[in-house]
Write a protein that binds this ligand. Structure first.
Ligand SMILES: [Fe+2]
Length: 388
């Protein structure tokens, strides 16, 4: 049995970014690497974080879907600069890249050379805990600030690799809703739909447990009303979105993701399409495909999160017809939300049919595929891509 783990000091309040400086002092961090991305340069946050962290090295070149080569090069540079702590300011790509670099810094080969992140694919494949890593999410979806996993793209292998382990959790996370105020609506929509997917997959998968179930319900209670309000009126509940995203990260980080992520990571590894967008598009079709196997936990999640239909059985009560009805209503609501946010459907992604076989195989080989309650094969993923 896997225990619930969350060894991260989580600061969660508007303005909590101010805690960064005392945290770095507490860790005796002297030589900080700041990892961020160029897209944030028009916001005040990189300058504010640099003021607090006084980095000796700053990398603002992280691309969406961070690549093995870029991470390896940054880790070499960081080791050469004597970096002893890493601050990540950004969305999932930045946080995953920063998390990977923090681990590579403390795990060189016997001759002292930096290994490639690709060598550590899998779980607990590294010896030493990562250097202190302080995570500041600037989107409301990744959850990376509270998970032990870094997902990196390997263009040579045409797929993504997951590197995870007990020593890869962030030392501290600063979940500050003020940071997403300038995030465009389109990015709020896709990243928050990623968080919605995290919450749902945490609950409907085989690794679900009572703690992650509760965290997922708490996440959805914040995320769905916030997203629906944004779709209807443009009004944004930044606190609800940020809290929901991190709670969803805590949930799936201690359960797993499932078929939605298996397929989205396969597609993202080849097309470079944004992770959140792919999950938003795939969420309902994949859940429908596996509905028979998951409708009871899906129905119970809707009930626990207060987003299901009125009435029906309480949690733990067997009542197949009502579980079916509630799961169906929940899926309808999710699909209406996708449309309301102006997000495309699978057909509109325009994935070349010649890629379907390769993508389906890659999805089947994803490490999280075994967490699906329905045994998903490449044929199943192919069916989903073809709209069967
Ligand atoms: Fe995700």
């Amino acid at each position: 049995m896997t225990p619930f783990r969350l060894p991260v000091r989580v600061f969660m309040a508007p303005g909590c970014l101010g805690e960064l400086e005392p945290e770095l002092r507490r860790l005796h961090a002297k030589r900080v690497l700041l990892v961020t991305d160029g897209g944030l340069m028009s916001t005040p946050w990189p300058e504010e974080v640099a003021r607090l962290a006084r980095p000796v090295l700053t990398d603002s070149a992280t691309r969406p879907n961070p690549r093995v080569d870029d991470i390896d090069a940054l880790a070499r540079e960081a080791r050469a600069a004597g970096v002893d702590a890493v601050v990540g300011l950004g969305g999932g790509s930045v946080l995953d890249a920063a998390k990977a670099v923090a681990m590579l810094i403390t795990n060189p080969d016997p001759s002292g050379c930096t290994r490639s992140i690709a060598e550590y694919e899998g779980k607990n494949r590294f010896e030493h805990a990562a250097a202190p890593f302080l995570a500041i999410p600037t989107t409301c979806g990744t959850g990376s600030e509270v998970t032990w996993v870094s997902v990196v793209s390997d263009p040579a292998a045409k797929r993504k690799r997951s590197i995870k382990g007990d020593g890869m959790f962030a030392t501290a996370a600063f979940v500050d809703a003020d940071v997403i105020e300038s995030l465009p609506n389109a990015l709020v929509a896709t990243t928050a739909m990623d968080a919605v997917t995290h919450a749902i997959e945490a609950v409907v998968g085989r690794a679900a447990n009572p703690t992650s179930d509760e965290l997922a319900a708490a996440a959805l209670r914040r995320l769905l009303p916030a997203l629906e309000a944004m779709a209807q009126s443009g009004e944004r509940d930044h606190v609800g979105l940020m809290e929901g995203s991190t709670l969803a990260g805590m949930a799936f980080g201690n359960s797993d993701v499932g078929a939605v992520h298996c397929l989205s990571e396969a597609i993202g590894g080849v097309t470079d399409a944004p992770h959140g967008l792919l999950n938003a598009v795939l969420l309902v079709p994949v859940l429908r495909y596996t509905q028979h196997e998951i409708e009871k936990p899906l129905s119970q999640l809707a009930e626990a999160a207060g987003v299901g239909t009125a009435g029906g059985p309480g949690r733990g009560v067997e009542h197949t017809c009502l579980h079916t009805a509630r799961a169906e209503a929940f899926l309808e609501r999710l699909d209406a939300l996708r449309r309301g946010l102006g997000l495309p459907d699978v057909a509109m992604l325009g994935i070349d049919a010649s890629l379907h076989g390769e993508l389906a195989l890659s999805a089947e080989q994803n490490g999280s595929n075994t967490s699906c309650r329905r045994d998903m094969t490449a044929v199943d993923y192919h069916n989903l891509l073809s709209g069967v």
